[in-house]
Write a protein that binds this ligand. Structure first.
Ligand code: ADP
Ligand code: ZN
Ligand code: ZN
Length: 702
């Protein structure tokens, strides 16, 4: 009896066996179409076997093995297996997620079919180039010619002289040391490249990548979603004109994404530049992984498969015995901790490469002052000076909309979302109330729904209101707002950026959207208002994030010859966070936070996982978690602390009531072993109708 064991995209932690009379060893890693339920499903062949624990009578026969698609390499399967194990997710779901949607459906991108056939008989990269050269003159000439040229030039980059070095800047001593250290890593090593924006981190990545390409290797560079800008892509492309660079992110159209995946898998892509999902790109000659802005929250997926691309990058580098470089101005405390405890190697870039003048950072004490529409006199004066000099300013307020809530002062009514534990935000530009959590929208009511009062008041300030306030105060200034409403499409975003660069904007009002990946040479003032709230947030990671945000926004100023100034309005000017910001000394603040975390037993001094449940009533959610908790407690002592189930901070979301259960251990393997056993019981646990649950390993938000 010849069987194949198949991973299917089914929310169950198991594999499925099928009869496959003509299956061969070489089919392992191939996609298959198999009967499932009333239809067919695409899965991945993981093994050939002749034993099964399924009843033999019930075994079905595979429909077809998709041999026209190249098999997934063992390293790809191993990464998926680790991901499934670590995050306690079904392997079939992980694999489905890791594959581009088109391949997941068992389809090939159209114009690639011919090339793939050529590739089967000539697997090496140089040979693929010539193999393709031989099959010219067929239908679809222009497409395959384009491919041939692209592939041909990729071959060139491995065998002819690299780009002329004369045009590259001389590395600063610290940069040169960093590049040396990375390139001399003989096996697995995690590096933290710690340096502020503009200190030359990207230059270090590019030099290291150049050396890797020259040795015939492939490079993977991960960047946060918001930082994968056309500027960055063209900077990389300009540096490696002969390399074949594949962009991988959710915005890439289906066919191109599948094509990029296959090019990477077949070794014809030299560099993959992408967001978190590109960590799954199969790269047979991968020799370096870079994770830029490693602290960025977008590396952790917050729904579905809750994986951290940063952490998977480290695992993958370890598997392949290659270096992985984490770069940041404000590393996560986990990374900072390891870099200062010799587990990672710390590489510091102390200076800003181009800007001779670092911005001065100053906290403005707002306790003793009556603010004018939220603005201090010092900030107003600083704005006026910039306008006079023809320089740009940016006011950072991380809250979009006009006002966070609409209220009726006489009766106390406030605009609330009926589906979430959240206020409806006033959006005056299109006269609507909006829930920023579930997307619910309504017209702004003419009168209070509760008492009929017609004098409703927007309460608090968002970016739209700030824009109005500034327009009133500086009538001649050209003001532009940048947030997810004004820059809702890449085209609108680009138009706004062009206007800023062309000097058509005097004052920018924006959310953190503005914080990353953009150089504004004429920008010399950054003001931050309403930052304090994060100091006292329930989430223990909030201060770390606030520091990163303010440092990043501040880094927008004074990039060229003009010195920058950062003014932060606060009621707590002596808070350790602001003092460290003023000194530009993240390390000092990080050590304060680490000391607090050690006392509290929070990560990096412990490892956590959250079991979350959502149901129509909070009682249902809590009851489910209580049973799970009892099951956890019944497992013999395993160095794991199991807390009580509690309603989530934002309990109601999209009309579901949510609760969570925290488990924690100072020992990661112990937590992992516990989770594996615990999940078995949870999968079989009875649940009320409509209840959904998930496990979040290493959650970012508690
Ligand atoms: P980061 O990634 O840390 O923000 P970059 O590598 O982008 O820093 O460097 C900031 C700017 O300085 C870029 O325009 C880059 O080309 C330039 N730069 C980097 N290193 C040097 C150097 N050694 N000499 C001159 N310019 C440099
Ligand atoms: Zn809502
Ligand atoms: Zn009222």
């Amino acid at each position: 009896m010849k069987l194949i064991r198949v991973a299917l995209d089914i929310p169950l932690p198991r594999l499925f066996d099928y009869l496959a009379p003509d299956a061969q060893e070489s089919d392992i890693g191939r996609l298959v179409s198999v009967p499932f339920g009333s239809g067919n499903k695409i899965g991945v062949v993981l093994a050939l076997t002749d034993v099964t624990d399924q009843p033999v009578k019930k075994l079905k026969t595979v429909q077809s093995i998709l041999r026209e698609i190249p098999p997934l390499p063992a390293s790809f399967i191993a990464l998926c297996e680790f991901c499934a194990r670590y995050y306690q997710a079904p392997l079939g779901e992980v694999m489905a997620f890791a594959l581009p949607p088109m391949l997941r459906r068992g389809k090939l991108p159209r114009m690639r079919a011919k090339v793939l056939i050529a590739n089967i008989s000539s697997p090496s990269k140089a040979e693929v180039g010539s193999g393709m050269g031989n099959d010219g003159g067929e239908a679809g000439v222009s497409q395959s010619t384009a491919l041939r040229l692209r592939s041909g030039s990729a071959v060139l980059s491995r065998h002819s002289t690299p780009a002329p070095t004369g045009t590259l800047p001389n590395l600063l001593a610290a940069q040169a040391q960093a590049v040396d250290a990375i390139l001399s890593a003989k096996s697995f090593q995690t590096f933290l490249l710690h340096g502020i924006t503009g200190s030359g981190k990207t230059e270090v990545y590019l030099r290291a990548i150049a050396a890797v390409l020259a040795r015939g290797g492939q490079a993977l560079m991960l960047v946060p979603e918001i930082a994968l800008t056309p500027q960055l892509q063209s900077r990389v492309a300009a540096r490696f004109p002969d390399a074949h660079i594949v962009a991988a992110h959710s915005g890439v159209p289906d066919a191109a994404r599948a094509r990029g995946f296959l090019e990477a898998l077949e070794g014809r892509a030299d560099i993959v530049l992408g967001t978190r999902l590109s960590i799954f790109m199969p790269l047979p000659r991968l020799q370096i992984i870079v994770v830029d802005e490693e602290h960025d929250g977008s590396f952790k997926q917050q729904d579905g498969l809750r994986y951290s691309a940063r952490d998977l990058a480290i695992w993958r580098a370890q598997q392949l015995a290659i270096p992985v470089v984490l770069g940041s101005a404000t590393p996560t405390l986990e990374t900072f901790f390891h870099a200062h405890n010799a587990r990672y190697r710390l590489l510091e870039l102390p200076l800003r490469a181009v800007a001779k003048n670092l911005p001065t950072v100053r906290a403005i004490d707002t306790r003793s002052e009556k603010l004018k529409d939220g603005l201090s006199q010092a900030l107003i004066d600083a704005l006026a000076v910039r306008l006079e000099r023809g320089e740009q300013s940016l006011i950072f307020l991380n809250r979009r909309g006009y006002a966070p809530v609409l209220s009726c002062p006489p009766c106390g009514w406030v605009s609330r979302c009926h589906r979430c534990a959240a206020n409806l935000v006033v959006h005056l530009t299109d006269k609507r109330l909006r829930c920023h959590h579930c997307g619910f929208e309504a017209m702004i009511p003419r009168a209070c729904p509760s008492c009929g009062n017609v004098d409703l008041k927007p309460f608090g300030r968002g970016t739209q209101r700030l824009e109005h306030i500034l327009a009133e105060r500086f009538p001649s200034a050209r003001i532009s707002r940048i947030d997810r409403d004004s820059a809702s499409t890449p085209k609108k975003w680009q138009t706004l950026l062009d206007a800023i660069h062309a000097g058509e904007v005097d004052i920018l009002v924006g959310t953190q959207m503005l914080a990353k990946g953009h150089d504004f040479p004429r920008l010399t003032l950054v003001g931050a208002i309403s930052a304090d709230a994060a100091l006292f947030a329930a989430d223990f990671r909030a201060p770390e994030r606030l520091f990163a945000q303010l440092m990043q926004v501040g880094g927008r100023s004074g990039r060229a010859d003009l010195p920058g100034e950062v003014l932060i309005q606060t009621d707590y000017p002596d808070h350790a966070l602001y003092l460290a910001l003023e000194d530009g000394d993240y390390g000092r603040f990080a050590r304060v936070l680490l000391a607090e975390r050690e006392i509290a037993g929070f990560p990096p001094y412990s490892f956590q996982a959250l079991l979350r449940a959502e149901a129509r009533t909070v009682e249902d959610s809590i009851a489910f978690l209580s049973i799970a908790r009892n099951a956890a407690l019944a497992m013999a002592d395993c160095g794991v602390t199991v807390y009580d189930p509690v309603p989530m901070k934002m309990q109601r979301l999209m009309a579901l009531e949510r609760a969570q259960l925290l488990v924690e251990s100072i020992n990661r393997p112990a937590l992992q072993a516990f989770l594996a056993r615990w999940m078995e019981t949870i999968y079989t646990q009875k649940k009320p109708v409509g209840l959904r649950w998930h496990l979040d390993v290493d959650p970012l938000e508690i």
